[in-house]
Design a protein around this ligand. Structure first.
Ligand SMILES: NC(=O)C1=CN([C@@H]2O[C@H](COP(=O)(O)OP(=O)(O)OC[C@H]3O[C@@H](n4cnc5c(N)ncnc54)[C@H](OP(=O)(O)O)[C@@H]3O)[C@@H](O)[C@H]2O)C=CC1
Ligand SMILES: CC(=O)N[C@@H](CCC(=O)OP(=O)(O)O)C(=O)O
Length: 365
């Protein structure tokens, strides 16, 4: 696969990356994105010691994400404990974790201690309050010392500054859709009462391991986690406001459609609202503020979010519909954006080739 990059980054050495949890849905999507990124080089795929994929090649499990030329890449799954014992581990720059929350909580400290950048897709380091964390995750907070080390990674949220940070706790999938729907109103101080957020996710949001609840014949559009989903406090932390969040499971594979209804402190017009959203996202190439109700198929398999703000009830409420692919913008592509920002690279580097072509590119050798 040909990779292109703008001239001023041509002399930048690619970062060596490992994905832990590479056999899972989010990890596999990450592997495919690293494979197409001009400044990232995949050097290891890690799974658990009891994984059914040990020593199996990635392309045999996920042919749809084939890495292109794999002759230079070890694309077999290895146990994490084996990988860290290999000589090449020492030169790894970045470790992506697409692992269970408990696993990330236990292992991030040792990876940070080896001066490797950690990009964690789990929820282990997103919530700053230990009591809230314990009550929603049912295990102890990894420690408040990490609150200043692991930075919340929602790339388009104003105030997020990831340049040079040691670690990133990538935002959750539902929170990405909900927070980016409401953030412009929060910044304006317009929220008059708890936003009501209803969101539907495809089944890949629940991960690859099957259970009765997410098996094909059992899944039927259904609300769950009412008033107790761990993404409620995550959304509240980012917006600094209470919310009423209800997730729903839909009988399809990928994508989240979120609808947020927000009471506002003063009457707004449609034009004003659209202008404010356009302004908030003016430097965000992967956010489309749209004027027609977005569909999941507009974004599935893409790194984009589409946001559709509406002034309703005579301008006293704002209703915002947004759509994302939960495995891309809700997980893997957002993780790549976070690393791009951590490195001071363009936010969309490696994610939208056609955008790159517009930026005076050179082919990477
Ligand atoms: N699915 C989604 O839409 C999103 C997921 N996330 C987060 O990403 C993480 C992964 O989610 P998802 O891909 O859905 O989950 P999956 O269940 O599909 O994948 C989990 C991965 O973790 C690996 N794993 C499990 N235990 C260990 C261990 N002890 N050591 C090393 N690897 C281990 C599994 O490998 P194996 O079983 O082969 O050993 C597998 O590769 C979770 O924290 C989730 O919350 C974040 C945003 C969205
Ligand atoms: C459909 C489904 O089950 N979705 C998952 C959320 C997706 C996920 O993995 O959560 P994070 O974004 O926090 O990592 C859930 O409700 O627990």
């Amino acid at each position: 696969m040909k990779k292109f990059i703008q001239k001023d980054l041509l002399s930048t050495q690619p970062l060596k990356c490992v994905v832990v949890g590479a056999s899972g849905y989010a990890g596999a999507q990450l592997v495919s994105l690293i494979g197409q990124h001009p400044l990232l080089k995949l050097v290891g795929l890690a799974v658990s010691e009891s994984s059914e994929y040990l020593n199996v090649q990635f392309k045999d499990v996920y042919p749809e994400y084939a890495l292109g030329d794999t002759s230079q890449v070890d694309d077999k799954f290895h146990a994490y404990s084996e990988l860290v014992g290999q000589e090449k581990w020492k030169s790894v720059d970045v470790v992506f974790l697409a692992t269970p929350h408990e696993w990330s909580a236990a292992h991030v400290p040792e990876i940070l201690a080896q001066n490797k950048v950690v990009i964690d897709l789990s929820g282990a380091f997103r919530l700053k309050c230990p009591e809230t964390f314990q009550s929603f995750y049912q295990f102890p907070h990894p420690g408040t010392d990490f609150n200043s080390v692991m930075h919340y990674g929602l790339p388009e949220l104003r105030g997020v500054n990831l340049a040079g940070v040691a670690g990133v706790a990538v935002a959750g999938c539902y929170p990405t859709a909900a927070i980016l729907s409401i953030a412009p109103l929060a910044e304006l101080g317009l929220i008059a009462g708890p936003p009501v957020i209803n969101a539907v996710s495809g089944v890949s949001g629940a991960g690859r391991k099957s259970t009765i609840k997410n098996s094909f014949c059992e899944v039927s559009l259904q609300a769950y986690g009412i008033d107790q989903h761990r993404h409620s406090p995550e959304i509240e932390q980012a917006l600094d406001h209470d919310v009423i969040f209800t997730p729903h499971l839909g009988n399809y594979k990928r994508g989240i459609l979120s609808t947020s209804v927000v009471p506002v402190k003063h009457q707004v017009t449609q034009q004003w609202l659209e202008d404010e959203y356009q302004s908030y996202y003016s430097q965000a190439p992967l956010v489309d503020v749209v004027t027609e109700s977005p569909r999941l198929q507009d974004v599935v398999h893409t790194p984009k979010i589409r946001v559709f703000p509406n002034a309703i009830k005579n301008g006293h409420f704002v209703e915002v519909v947004s759509v994302i692919d939960n495995l891309m913008k809700g997980a893997a592509s957002s993780a790549i954006q976070c690393l791009n920002l951590q490195q001071n690279w363009p936010i969309q580097l490696g994610l939208i080739p056609q955008n790159l072509i517009a930026m005076h590119l050179e082919e990477v050798a």
